[in-house]
Structures are given as C-alpha cells and as structure tokens.
Design a protein around this ligand. Structure first.
Ligand SMILES: [Zn+2]
Length: 535
C-alpha cells in the first residue's frame, strides 16, 4: 500500500550498533512542476528527463513532473518522465475538473507508481474572489474529484490550496471528506508563504485532533518562502507529525520560491537527535543535483545559500580557519563530503582520447548516444586546445550545454567585434538559418550590446537583455566563462546559456540561445498551444 509508506519506519543506516527505528519522512520533489514555474526557468522535455533521473539517484520518494492539462508541452513532459523514469513515484497536478484528471491519467499511464495530485482552493479569499463558490460546493467538488481520480489510480493526493489561510474547522472538514473519498495523502500548502512555524505546526496539531480518519492518510506540507520561512514552517510541521514534505532543489519556485529540499534534508540529518526522523535521500547526491538544476534552469544559486552555496563551507575568518584545521567540528556542523561537494580534479588534457573521454562521462553519470558523444568529444578537444587543464566542472558545463541544446534555428558562424576606450563598439555577425547565411553589423553601448543588436537586425526578433551573469567555471585565467542571459522578447522571458573561454563569444551565444529557445517555443505553441500553470 503506497498510502501508508509514510508511517513505515526505516532502519537507521548501518554503522550504528543498535538498530533504532525512525519515522520516515517522504520527500516529494516538485522542482519540475512548482520550481519550473519560476520566471525564465522553463525546461525542455529532455532537460526534465535529465533532472528526473538525477532526482531518482538522489532518492526522492515522489517527483511531480508537471501539470498535464496546462499545456501540450507539460503533458508530453509528464508522459516522458512517467514512461522513462523508474525508482520514484511520479505525480501529475490536476485541478478538480474531469478533463484535468483525465489528462493527468493519460500522461501518467505508463508510470510504475502514478499519483494524481488534485488541488482546489479552500480559503475564504480564494473561495469568494477566485472561484465564486460556497463551502458546500467546494467539499462536493473535492470529494467527487478524488473519487473520479481513484477510478484511474490508487494513489491520489489532495491539496486544499491556500490551506494556511483557510478557517481551521472548514479545513478539517475538507480533509476528513477527501480522506473518506479515498485520498491517501492530504497536502497542506502555505500557498502564499504567509504562515509562521508555530502557527503552521498548530494547523497540523489541530488536524490530528479534529480529523478522526487522519490516520488513514499521510499528511504532507508544501510551503512557500515569501517571508523566508518555508523551511522553518515545513520542519515545524514535521515535528507536529507531518509525514511528507514537498520541496524543490535550490528552493526554486515562483516569487521567493518553495522550501528547499537540501536544507530540509540536511536539517533532519544533522539534527536527527532533535527531530528523530529519517529520509531516504542519499545526501551525497545533493550538490550534483543542485548544480544540474541551476545549469538547466539558468537560475544561479546565491553564494551564501545554505548547503549548496559556493561559500557554504568556506571559512574565511582566521580564527575559524585555525579551529577547523585543528579539529573540523569546531566550526563545521557537517562535512562538504556529506553533500557531495567535489574537489576540482584534473581529468583530461589535450591528448586524451575518445575512450578516456567516454569512460570519464560514464563515471560522471552521463549516458550519451554515439552521435552525442562524438559531438561532445569534438567540443572537448576544442576546449582542451584553449585551456591547459580540463576539470570535471568544465566537462559538466560542456555536456549539459549539449543536453540543454535547443534546435538551433539560427547558428552563429562568424563574430567580429571592435571595442576599446576610444572606439565606438561595433560588431559584425553572420548567422546561418537552414542553408542561408545572413550578415549584418551594428554599433552599441559595448561589444555584447553591439552584437545583440546585429543579431536582432538579422533575425527580425527584438530582444531585450534583462539580466546577465558571468561565472568562471573553475579557477585560472584561462577558465571557461559561462554566461546565463535572461532575454525578454514580446513580453516573455527566456533563459539563454553558453560557455566559451572568450567571454564576448559566450555572451553573444547565450543571447542567441535565448532567441533560439523562443523561436522554437513559438513554433511549438503554433502546433500545440501553451498555457500557464499556477498552483
Ligand atoms: Zn506551490
């Protein structure tokens, strides 16, 4: 019975003499659904698959792959994840509408452990202004939808949206009714990030006291971070008896984001003495997952972010460094190794062959087709010519870029820029579209601006560079520069990314990558239709 997995106990990991049993907290990852709703974070099916496979390696219990009824693209993505990713339950979000439930089922059909995740707003403000429905109608709709979903799958989760602002007695009534109708998990979301740790754990306590059939379901929580309290609120709920936490890698999500998976998992692990619970997460996969999500979404992790930020394990103050050298635990509550932070290792050089390259990729967890491998190898050779030492991180960027590759409608074939303190920055660009080569030139505020303007003139698409980030992938003057650019075109924001040892070239390619993504999406929308998912 999938429903009661949250109540099963897990054995403490080996190494401890007495086999203590602990309550297991299920980790429900929603990076691919709620996380992907971050502006500019949209992922292609291939990217979603890559993240989903890594989430399975990480050990999540469930992964929410998308909102199938929201767009054809989301439907196909959920379908692909359900078909190809084994080892975790796969959830699809649905409103309480027969067409949504049907679409979620069709997308999840091939999953080994499908879960339909229904949601319906219950707070007064949402009832009155968004839905225009009375309480009785909400209960009836919720119950009917759970029953309908149960005809398709055994595992149904129900979320009373904006639960944290719902009257407690009404919330208890909804929870009781949906459990009676067959929901095995009831998720309590703080949709707008409004609650506080004490208040939120009180809600869980209240439900325990006032919902007689609560023992038949797993209580889940889903917190947003508008006041920076998402993780604290989730942990408060765990203490109060919640058995599942919904979260995202890097805390990705709309507005200020969702509760961050890595912070919740590491808090529960480092302070297991306090919480007395366990998760099934292999924490050594955390860093890798964080980097992958950041790469593919184009959303950087802040330096001082807990657990996965660049500075999370850096000790700068002399007195701290001295302490850590004498005894690590003086200032370190966990080891970088616990979350899988790698040391930069010299891997390959200019003379490394195909075989060594293929073995290296295998060791890093990539599986590429022969054609993809050949392409990646060519790129590696070109990089090794420019850069003396090629590190794991360089290879990661190189291969992820390829996985991320969007169909190149426009390809950069020539770039020449002139710039300096006394010259007007000018760029000449040649792009290839199909067999046609087009060229133009422009001046601008700087070489990147000039090149972007030249691209606009050629493509006829007017883009605006909204934000721009340059990161050196490793140390050293010859380091690979990775550029992430958010490009706004006709009211839409897309993220472009590219890397090169030449930062101007990387910048221009990142801009063009954004334009190509948009051009691709526009042609997909023409054939399939696209809509926004909000939950
Ligand atoms: Zn949410």
């Amino acid at each position: 019975m999938i429903f009661f997995a949250g109540w099963s106990s897990v054995l403490e990991s080996s190494g401890e003499k007495s086999l203590k049993t602990k309550r297991k907290i299920l980790i429900f990852d929603t990076t691919l659904r709620d996380g992907e709703q971050s502006p500019g974070a949209s992922l292609t099916i291939r990217e979603k698959l890559r993240i989903a496979r890594q989430l399975v390696r990480l050990g999540v219990d469930f992964l929410e792959a998308g909102f199938p009824a929201s767009s054809e693209g989301d439907f196909q993505a959920v379908k692909a994840v359900a078909r190809e990713v084994k080892g975790a339950g796969v959830a699809g979000l649905a409103r309480c509408l027969p067409k949504d439930i049907d679409s979620a089922f069709r997308a999840l059909e091939k999953a080994s452990r499908p879960r339909i995740h229904l949601f319906l707003a219950t707070s007064k403000i949402h009832r009155e202004f968004k839905l225009g429905k009375a309480k009785e109608e909400i209960v009836r709709l919720a119950v009917e939808s759970v029953k309908l979903a149960r005809r398709y799958v055994d595992d149904v989760e129900f979320s009373p949206e904006d639960a944290a602002r719902t009257e407690l007695s009404f919330l208890a009534e909804v929870v009781r009714e949906v459990i009676a109708a067959g929901a095995g998990t009831v998720n309590i979301p703080d949709t707008v990030g409004y609650s506080t740790p004490e208040e939120f754990s009180e809600i869980i306590h209240y439900l325990h006291k006032n919902v007689p059939n609560l023992g038949r379901a797993v209580i889940s929580v889903h917190c947003h971070n508008d006041l920076g309290l998402a993780v604290a609120n989730s942990l408060g709920a765990v203490k109060a008896g919640a058995g599942q936490v919904e979260c995202t890698i890097n805390g990705l999500g709309e507005r200020a984001g969702n509760a961050s998976l890595e912070e919740i998992v590491m808090a529960l692990k480092v302070r297991k003495d306090y919480w007395g619970v366990a998760t099934g997460i292999d924490t050594r996969q955390i860093y890798k997952t964080s980097r992958l999500v950041s790469h593919l979404t184009g959303i950087a992790v802040q330096r001082n972010k807990a657990i996965v930020g660049e500075n999370a394990f850096a000790h700068e103050a002399g007195i701290h460094q001295d302490g850590v050298l004498k005894e690590r635990t003086t200032y370190e509550i966990m080891s970088p190794r616990d979350v899988g932070v790698p040391r930069s290792r010299l891997v390959l050089g200019k003379h490394s062959g195909r075989h060594a390259f293929r073995e290296k990729l295998k060791g890093m967890g990539y599986s590429l087709s022969d054609a993809e491998l050949e392409d990646a190898f060519e790129k590696f050779k070109r990089l090794a010519d420019k850069k003396k030492q090629v590190f794991d991180e360089d290879i990661e960027v190189l291969v992820d870029e390829q996985i991320q590759a969007v169909p190149e409608i426009f390809t950069l074939v020539y770039l020449n820029v002139t710039t300096g303190t006394t010259t007007i920055p000018t760029a000449t660009v040649k792009l290839k579209k199909g067999e046609k080569i087009m060229q133009d030139a422009s001046c601008g505020d700087g070489p990147v601006d000039a090149a972007c303007r030249a691209i606009d003139r050629i493509t006829g698409i007017k883009g605006e560079l909204r934000s721009y980030e340059l990161r050196a992938v490793t140390a050293g003057k010859d380091a690979l520069g990775e550029v992430t650019a958010q490009v706004r075109v006709a009211g839409r924001v897309v993220t472009g990314r590219a890397s090169s040892t030449d930062i101007i070239e990387a910048s221009v390619k990142a801009y063009l990558n954004g334009i190509n993504r948009l051009a691709g999406r526009l042609s997909r929308a023409r054939s399939g239709g696209e809509g926004g998912a909000k939950a």
